[in-house]
Write a protein that binds this ligand. Structure first.
Ligand SMILES: [Zn+2]
Ligand SMILES: [Zn+2]
Length: 307
């Protein structure tokens, strides 16, 4: 039995809707309490399409600001949310940690406790019926977008009690104001800035992150866990380059490095090494061997935070 199942009995992994499988609902019906998520997703897509029609060429300044914000947000998600908070594979200077959390939220990744709760649940039962974002169960679009507004919430008290307090809980209250700021701040550079730095950036970052749930879980069905590496996704992911080595990550979720070979570019890992070199990160968990063996999958279970 996988370690995570031992800690979190399957019957209590998540509360299911009465009809059982949420992916069998019509695509347009949000889960209770998640109407706002669907409205947000529709809004940014409509604004992004309008922006691409009205301002197909935004100019280098607007494009550059959007690219910098997207890169910062991607690093916030892959280092701050994923490698630090969800898997505790390193320890970070608290100021750097809070900056990364803000960058991730500004990029539309949601509050830290909700992201981490969903992610630990995903690892604990990857690609089974209890996994809330598996294409093996609900198909590509379920794994890519629909689970965001149609799955039951993962309980933060159960999945990440280490984040259910203090400054982490406070970020939950800041989610809507941060998103409104993110969506509208580009107006300072005119209407092209409004669309490109706001909705177009958010839609781009949304889909590039969603591919990690959908595309990188469409691997061979030989085993239960269908995670795989997708090399060509990396260059499209800016600062989140490294998340595309998702098969490596599932094989050894307890280490901070996602790339294994020298040619597996992992921008998040390089920044962690840089932060460690200047004393802003420590207790970095490294792979024992270059190719982590499959039996290390048990490391996918949530781990205790550093004390
Ligand atoms: Zn993970
Ligand atoms: Zn996964």
């Amino acid at each position: 039995m996988p370690q995570a199942h031992a800690r979190f009995p399957p019957t209590r992994l998540a509360s299911r809707p009465r009809d059982g499988r949420p992916w069998n609902q019509p695509w347009w019906r949000p889960a209770p309490g998640k109407s706002g998520v669907l409205v947000y997703l529709l809004l940014i897509h409509v604004l992004a399409i309008a922006g691409l029609i009205l301002f197909p060429l935004p100019g280098w300044r607007v494009f550059g600001v959007a690219a910098v914000l997207a890169t910062a947000g991607s690093l916030g998600t892959t280092i701050g949310y994923h490698r630090l908070l969800a898997h505790r594979t390193l320890r970070l200077n608290p100021v750097v940690e809070q900056v990364l959390i803000f960058a991730a939220m500004f990029n539309g990744s949601g509050a830290p406790a909700s992201w981490v709760a969903y992610h630990r649940l995903h690892h604990a039962c990857a690609d089974t019926e209890l996994d809330i974002s598996s294409p093996s169960q609900g198909g590509f679009w379920w794994a890519h977008l629909r689970w965001l507004y149609q799955s039951p919430r993962a309980e933060s008290q159960r999945w990440c009690p280490d984040l259910d307090h203090g400054r982490y809980r406070a970020w939950g209250h800041a989610e809507v104001p941060v998103l409104l700021l993110s969506l509208s701040c580009g107006l300072a550079l005119g209407w092209a800035g409004f669309f490109w730095i706001g909705a177009i950036r958010l839609v781009y970052c949304l889909h590039l992150q969603c591919f990690v749930n959908s595309l990188t879980h469409l691997g061979p069905a030989a085993g239960r866990d269908r995670s795989q590496n997708v090399w060509w996704l990396g260059p499209l992911q800016l600062g989140a380059w490294g998340e595309n080595w998702h098969g490596n990550h599932h094989a050894a979720a307890g280490v901070a490095r996602f790339g294994r070979r020298w040619w597996q570019v992992d921008i998040g890992w390089y920044l962690i090494c840089a932060l460690e070199a200047v004393g802003l990160a420590d207790r970095v968990k490294r792979p024992v061997t270059r190719n982590a063996p499959v039996h290390n999958r048990a490391a996918a279970a949530p781990v205790e935070p550093h004390r």
